[in-house]
Design a protein. Sequence first.
Length: 473
Amino acid sequence: MYPSKTHPSVFYRACPLFMALSSCVDSPRCSNSELCPSLASKHPHLWPLSLDLDSVFLEFQQRAFFRPGTMSSDEFQLGFIDNDFTSNTMHTKGQSVSIVAMAIVVFVLVFANSANAILPETVKWSGGNFEWPCSTTKNMFKSSGRYISKNVIATRVAMYHDDAIVALPRFKAGVPATLAKISQENRSCEAELIPYPCWSLQEEGTCTALQNVVDIYLDPQNILWVLDTGVVNTLDEPVRKCPPKVLAINVSTGKQHSPSSSFLSQLVKTVELTGLTTSTSRLQYLVSDYSRDGRVFVYVSDAASRAILVYDVTLGRGYRVVLPQAVAMGCTRRDVLYLALLRRSDGSTCLIFTYLSSSRMFSIRTEHLRSGSANGKIHDLGMKPKKMILLGTDNGSALFFRYEGESDVYRWDATNSFDPKCFNQVYTSAECSLVTHIVADYQRGRMRVLESNFPDYMQGTVGCGATQALTVM
């Protein structure tokens, strides 16, 4: 199963390359905010690409593609985006270099990097198999009850290049870190978890740190949005440690084992949600989106208040959009309010949402949410055959889901009607496992599935720990 070919981060960096490879000399140039679906459709076998332009610049320097002192890295990136290089700045063996030649080099670099991917196609681990600074630290956490391996489970994932970042909700006591990265250096049978971005950001009771991460979302600009409810031990005895918040972390900066002080360079924004929530709020899912004028918005589902929290990160203000009562019609209780962001071919976006117990699926264009009102703007997509768990999207128009308690995963393309005839089965979990999240892995051009024996975990019957796997679909 493949990600959408129109993912913004892919087009942002690969669009000029496709112009070169396809010799589209008559095509309009692509800015860093435009999509080029027509070019992508001509070269489906080349997708997906995600170029590190700094690395490409260094490669071109080493190959003497530039005349000395004529171009900086920033100028190169702008020129690459605009597809605008001249023989005044480039040379090789005395001859001018065409953009096609450059594109070929970039093409080779990208796929050479992809071929050397470290993260296996299937990664497995049990419980909370952490990489500790030393055995003394591990023993201190265990003796104080802050580390109980069987109480740790990954429910959400974000893929950045070859890094997998997972959310580890503090459902129970003994979860030392609530956000972690899967270690790429481990050579044992099981993967290890490294607190992300550092250990100091995992401290319970420190409100500048993470308390309970329940959802994460990686946007097209490599910003990881982290939803922290501030309430821990939610399955046993819920305790409010800190106010709810959303953290924005730049995953493209910083290093895995860097000291905690370097986290300041990664932290882009902290969004306090206190003014948008109540004492009974249950925040569950989030997505982020960019408006056409470049503003950043975050959307968070609040199941208890039947609302979607909308926060304009650029302007620093937010509000609650209360959904109509019809959204919860048929629900015995307001259980889980799922959210999913879908992208249309014209570049616009919409939110798909539904309560687990609701009999119907709904959508709303994000432009209406950004205006602050949902009155008359919500579209009833139709009846759900059964209770549905939304699992993720392909970063395009496709939604992945499964039915409650069932292991089969289905794909629905929102360009078609919401009808079971348009639901295609694409995956089946291993025995005793259920999928909790599906995301795009652009390093391989496939979808990644996070699955576990989550029902056993909820019932407290996992023995030494929940069995978890991150698999290419």
